[in-house]
Ligand binder design. Sequence first.
Ligand code: AMP
Ligand code: MG
Length: 511
Amino acid sequence: MNIKNITQNFTRIFSGDFSGNLMQRQTPDVLFCSVKPVSLDDAKLIDFNEDLSVEIGLGILENDANFLAAQNLADNVKTYATAYAGHQFGNWAGQLGDGRAIFAGEIFNNGKQTEIQWKGAGATPYSRHADGRAVLRSSIREYLMSEAMFHVGVPTTRALSLSKTGEDVIRDIQYSGNPQKEQGAVVLRTAESFLRFGHFELLSARNQPDLLKKLADYTIEHFYPEINSESNPNRYIDWFKAICDRTLKMIIDWYRVGFVHGVMNTDNMSILGLTIDYGPFSMMDGYDLDFTPNTTDLPGKRYAFGKQGQISHWNLATLANAIFPLINDGEALEKILNNYGRQFWAEHDEMLARKFGFDKVLPEDERFFTQWQQMMQDLNLDYTLFFQSLEKPISEIKIDDFSNSFYHILNENELKKLSYFIEKYQERKLRNKISETESLAMMSKTNPKFILRNYLLFEAIQDAEKGNYELFFKLKEALQNPYENRFPEFNQKRPSKYDNQTGCSQLSCSS
Ligand code: AMP
Ligand code: MG
């Protein structure tokens, strides 16, 4: 690996605290603190993502397992953690920061910058009374899911390696006063940038407009090449619009594949529109707009599947407030935000049209989509399998083919709703101006045949905790070709034994 090519330009551009003091504290004048990862005597590499490593310019693994577990770092790797803030579950949470993420720095390849950071390699000044560690369970989830999202075509941070720390971590998974020992792990993850809405909220709340401007300029210059020229008077407005566009694209993709993030706090929103911070997320099995995997979110269901569009809008409005000092034009920001709602539904409809194999969105399709959504909600059909049952020439679509997506035995009335839908679908498809073949090709590129369901992760984790990684590696292979049905055994609805299993349909934030 070309570890010697890792740089820390961010720390050269912004002011930081180089004292190395790990005491948890407010750091009012700086954007980062230098920190050292914890020493591990018995760290062990579980997996390394060589394709990604080569792509970002780090190259192939030779004898660098130490680096992957943040051990024995070369002199050029000067590690640090950044400060950010955020709104959690709708409330201002003040300074948060990288509590257990530690940056190695950046690497450049073919003009493209990639940031590299470990998650779970020890405490930082931002750990807020927590230990800065991560458990194997949550690390496997992030390692596999972020790659699954990448391969299914959703903008995301990525995962470069998974190592066991060889040390135990104490966690109370259910928050029931019953803490248990779990195996510790470290994920090395990458992104063009890990900057979050919360970084900008922090500088705004601290009333540091110069620093806010500097961070915005840095972000635009490095990651928003489409916004050009210092002299553009609408620079920051254009930038905010571009952030909205990228966020919207990501959320529409979440709806396309059935992803529920679970903790859409503003500190978990990437300024580049990447899916970031894989915690109590879940792919949706049975269709349910109210589905939230996060047990902490259950009463209000703020972050449920069906609310993600609305919440992304709320989060963008919060970001607009934070960067207001750069723009001083409330009307312009409001206009962009108002348009976001409209654009959301337009793009949501277009996405659904692709899933259904429609050539374009016809005016009457809006009603069709609404009725479909109501039927899915009423019948709780498996979201992924449902679309596969539609992916055939219309004359071959039979109601019996849908039974693999039932989570309960449908009564007569429910079966009627389904057959009515099939009829309407067949009628609509006859109005397509594209051929059946073209329509099916579009569906096949849009509707995944493999999704990384929570119960699969749960099973892989149970085995891995006992030292058996067979399923882990099989899932890793399956997620690389999500549009091909190469692993029919994974292309199944969630078995009923997992209906109420913590870790399958619901998860806590404990990680
Ligand atoms: P999350 O809800 O996971 O996005 O985390 C919110 C904040 O808590 C972030 O600033 C995290 O860095 C921090 N955090 C979460 N878990 C830990 C941990 N085990 N040790 C230190 N900080 C943590
Ligand atoms: Mg987070």
